[in-house]
Design a binder for this molecule. Sequence first.
Ligand code: PEP
Length: 251
Amino acid sequence: MKHIIANWKMNKTKEEALSFVQKLSFFLETNNYNKCNISIAPPFVHLPVLYNTNNSFNLIAQNVSVENFGAFTGEVSAAMLKDYVKHVIVGHSERRKYFNETNELLYKKIKILLENSLCPVFCFGESIHARNKGDYLDFIERQLEDVIMLFSQNELSNILLAYEPVWAIGSGSSANELQINEVHTFVRDLIEKKYGSMYAEKIPILYGGSCNSDNTSIILRQPNVDGLLIGGASLSNDHFHQIIQLANSLD
Ligand code: PEP
């Protein structure tokens, strides 16, 4: 089963979101895409709206507060999200960059999600600086060790990982298959060393960073890639439907 997640970021008005999901639902209901698990991560305000219209795909939240409740203007808690989603994106590079989210904070966010029976979609990936310097595997290992590897196997039983090299996000060109393979294999090996092979085989590792209909098949054919996290190309019905069609046609 391939996981296909649309991360809309801060895009789409209510009307645009409704029009998109109406077309998506029709597309999914008239075709049998049983090899893909489709999810949409819309802005928070659209979650209740889309929740009431949909049953052919999952909803995911783009963020969660590190606090449970109280005087934190503008924040949304895990308990509030629970009514609409099962998964929440944590660690996206835009949150790390523009909102100064550190590994320490991300650890706390994941803890809160788990306490509320929500599953993290944990994003990690190196900067262009680490890639060019050549120590990107160390950089990635640190991101995983400082956040998700502090949890037990049991706690992480429903986590999804998403490798998102920062330099590929929104750039128009994805990492190539050798680069993706190297990191995904490295991450699966790290997980295996800590949690054992039974668990390592099962944990989904998605790729994100300029995925589109031209590179979907080649990326998803890589042995350790279990799905895609898609930004820009998930905003258009045509592009997103093409990606689903391609993902579903692979063995
Ligand atoms: C993302 O930000 O998660 C992402 C993958 O964006 P894009 O597909 O636009 O590179």
